[in-house]
Design a binder for this molecule. Sequence first.
Ligand SMILES: Cc1cc2nc3c(=O)[nH]c(=O)nc-3n(C[C@H](O)[C@H](O)[C@H](O)COP(=O)(O)OP(=O)(O)OC[C@H]3O[C@@H](n4cnc5c(N)ncnc54)[C@H](O)[C@@H]3O)c2cc1C
Length: 475
Amino acid sequence: MMDGPGSPIIFWFRRDLRLADHPGFFDACRSGRPVLPVFIADESVSGLGAAPKWRLGLGLEVFSRALMARGSRLILRRGPAAQVLRDLLQETGADAVWWSRLYDPQAQARDSAIKSDLKTQGVDARSFAGHLLFEPWSVSTGSGGYYKVYSAMWRAVQGREIAAALPPPAQIPPPAAWPRSDDLQTWRLGAAMNRGAAVVQAHVAPGEDAARARLDAFVETAIADYKELRDVPALDATSRLSDYLSLGEISPRLLWHAGQRARDARKTGAEHFLKEVVWREFAYHLMYHAPHMLSGNWKEGWDRFPWQTEADAPEVQAWKQGRTGIPFVDAAMRELYVTGRMHNRARMIVASYLTKHLMTHWKVGMDWFADCLVDWDPAANAMGWQWVAGSGPDATPYFRVFNPDLQQKKFDPDGVYVARWLAETQADPPETALSYFRAVPRAWGVAADDPYPDPVMALDEGRKRALAAYQLRSV
Ligand SMILES: Cc1cc2nc3c(=O)[nH]c(=O)nc-3n(C[C@H](O)[C@H](O)[C@H](O)COP(=O)(O)OP(=O)(O)OC[C@H]3O[C@@H](n4cnc5c(N)ncnc54)[C@H](O)[C@@H]3O)c2cc1C
């Protein structure tokens, strides 16, 4: 089937569910040829954890509506991407497949195989930037390698010129006839979240418009104090844009320019915000150049460390359930379960507690986060865990063991955050703390009037045990 001024371009959406500042989609729409937006549920989708898969479903719903409102559609298909694309090319007469690049090893292997396969068939297969500020190969050290130290990378990129963000396409030329699409509901992306989706839903606002509103509100009200307040988990002092970035509902370029404008307007926290955005770039840079970061210790010496590796050991279950008996850790783990997010300071504390006090492998924690975070991101999650554990590049030294009680005194001195999430310690707990008991699986058998548990591991004892193991293994 040939349409209008040319054959259609299939635009294959993945983690770029937006219209604004989308280089590939912008070019496709500007070509004047009909554009067929497509999303494929392949193994990269079926392999997602419960919360990110559910969050993806919400994002797809909103994105479909946004395309509809502009006279277009999101065609949904399920199966191995190469096969689905071949079928679509045949059904629609399209002779081009374009997409935005991803950088995790699975996506890269899939995409490069698809690209060369399509090219052999004479199909115009093209990939575009958009998920990052800097393509990982565009940043290198003086000696031509990649950065393993964040501060050096920041110095290298902070002054770079970054092109202005693109507007949404003026129009999305439709094909003369639309191919068949699956019904999103039949994909059941929320199936594994039956346990608590209704509770988590109240904390999630999917889609590009919500992302833009959130960025505007953050710049307006919070960016100025970001540096001072970003470590206080009880406050709404950070951008909370990570789930949007993860699904590409907003581009990092929009964050960058908003941060730059705020810095120019002398909002003092803006520079620090830009630095955090570059932490995300650093994570991607590492994952691209050293993909083993996702699956093994970055520093090989850590292979000799006597990690506890049982994901369902009793003390790990207590950690997952927010029942370790350490209030700051438990509050954070419950925040995760109820909202699908966790404050960055709290992520560091629960990760330190698991890898040091409980001497449990960081991969156990990384996998649990991958199941529970709506902002799950392969690069940031792996880097975060290896950074805290001490096994990663530019990591915090293992002997720096966070004491969660002291951290609470410092970052939650009035106990506001802990009280928000722990019911058992209060006569009249707030709704947030109670909602945890509605969000968790019944099989956990927990109730708000249970006594608060004793510590599964005394802080001092856990610290000493971890340090002794560390010295013995001399990692
Ligand atoms: C153990 C551990 C696991 C983590 N797992 C993830 C994850 O799966 N997904 C994820 O997006 N972030 C992860 N982070 C990083 C960080 O905690 C979150 O990006 C941040 O809390 C998101 O909140 P925000 O959007 O309000 O961030 P802000 O403070 O507003 O920062 C703005 C943006 O900068 C980026 N950013 C900030 N801090 C970091 C960081 N340390 N590393 C990488 N990027 C950063 C994020 O994209 C964030 O949205 C993890 C950190 C740790 C310690």
